[in-house]
Write a protein that binds this ligand. Structure first.
Ligand code: SF4
Length: 404
């Protein structure tokens, strides 16, 4: 339990200097899709592909202005860049190159900067992938979801299983080694056999990173209208968990590490960008709806194209025209978030990192919580870290609630 002096909206996280912007990552939102998938409530606009050019222009303008708007005196150094969506693979190679050029004008990129682009298998060909590669993209995250046609139809994806297989082939033939595939679980009609077959193929094809998502029915989506509150009739919680454990088992047996609740990777292929989120580090966000976390400020961008384009079209763009703060984090917020996010990782909450960031030990900040979690067998202390046990991973929400 934190004492009250720590909880009073302190403005300085570490003692001095942490309020300063210390971000080495960038998230870029590309909000366009060919059409809406049946389960999707992400911020993405179908049938607007004709507007990509003007969007990229505004995005480059925002990126070029960012260091000045945030008062950076020297060029910030970037270690990870992530193009997410939406469907970033709807961009052309030239547009991706333009965005990266804008980044290089205001930021320094580390020599080994991880640059990921999310790709929908239904939107890529070898020529486009080569152009992405030449532009500097070095990691592709493919939204495969499943290699079963009936499951893909239920999800309303624009691609079938063969298109997804071909996409993997193209990505690898072009020369991308750092490739991730998304798999979705808990879908009505999906069986354990479907899941085994998909993960088996991903293994055969040498995909080094797999992200797992359980279907969440969001109100307002076609799948919600179809399955609504009755989802348990089609797929039970137990079935969903069984699928999850099957994937974890299959990949662990082949040497993958379960390095985060929903992510498995071969050594060296962990997503460095996502690790940045789980270490509760700051990041720049660019584009419609993109979130950002800079200094102690967390916020987002306008969620409509019109608002975003209008803000960037001004002659004298001010920070408040583009960035909408939502939250000012207190020291207590930061500590709790560090715990929750840290527990998501297989390596757990790094005690040394906690002390470096907050100037106190994790044991002194959360003695009671850690003691109880260990007594319940949910958390174990090991090699300078506190991490979830196998039981803890299954009951992770119970642990997270201790820090809410
Ligand atoms: S491709 Fe992704 S962002 Fe686009 S509609 Fe489908 S789930 Fe949503």
């Amino acid at each position: 339990m934190l004492d009250s002096s720590m909880a009073e909206g302190l403005v300085d996280v570490k003692g001095a200097g942490v309020c300063a912007i210390d971000a080495h990552s960038v998230y870029i939102h590309i909000p366009f899709c060919v059409r809406k998938c049946a389960y999707c409530d992400f911020l993405s606009f179908p049938n607007c592909v004709s507007r990509i050019d003007e969007y990229v222009e505004a995005l480059c303008q925002e990126i070029s202005l960012a260091p000045k708007l945030w008062g950076n005196e020297i060029k910030p150094l970037l270690r990870t860049i992530y193009f997410g969506g939406g469907t970033p693979s709807l961009l052309s190679g030239k547009q991706v190159a333009e965005i990266l050029l804008a980044l290089k004008s205001g930021f320094d990129l580390s020599e080994d900067c991880e640059i990921t682009l999310e790709a929908n298998p239904g939107t890529i060909d070898a020529q486009k992938l080569c152009a992405f590669y030449d532009a500097g993209i070095n990691r592709i995250s493919l939204g495969i979801q499943s290699l079963d046609d009936s499951v893909l139809r239920t999800l309303g994806r624009i691609h079938d299983a063969d298109t997804a297989r071909k996409a993997i082939d193209i990505v690898q033939e072009v020369g991308f080694r750092n490739v991730s595939c998304d798999m979705m679980l808990g879908i009505p009609g999906q069986t354990l056999e479907n899941v085994k077959a998909t993960v088996g193929e991903l293994l055969e094809r040498g995909i080094p990173h797999v992200s797992l998502y359980s279907l969440i029915l969001e109100e307002g989506t076609p799948m919600y209208a179809r399955y609504g509150g009755d989802i348990e009739k089609y797929v039970t919680q137990e079935a969903d968990r069984e699928m999850y454990h099957e994937v974890i088992r299959s990949l662990t047996a082949k040497g993958y590490t379960h390095y985060e609740i929903s992510n498995m990777a071969r050594a060296g292929y962990e997503s460095r960008h996502n690790m940045m989120y789980w270490r509760a580090e700051q990041y720049y966000g660019f584009g419609v709806g993109a979130h950002y976390y800079l200094g102690q400020e967390r916020g987002r961008h306008a969620e409509t194209l019109e608002e975003y384009l209008a803000a960037l079209g001004e002659t004298n763009v001010r920070r408040e025209d583009v960035y909408f703060p939502e939250e000012t984090l207190t020291r207590e917020d930061c500590m709790k978030e560090f715990m929750i996010l840290g527990f998501r990782m297989g390596s757990g909450v790094d005690a040394r990192m906690f002390q470096e960031r907050f100037g106190m030990t994790v044991e002194s900040a959360f003695a009671k919580e850690l003691e109880q979690e260990q007594a319940k067998g949910l958390v174990v202390a090991e090699e300078g870290a506190y991490r979830l046990t196998e039981k803890g991973f299954d009951l992770a929400n119970q642990v997270f609630m201790d820090y809410v």
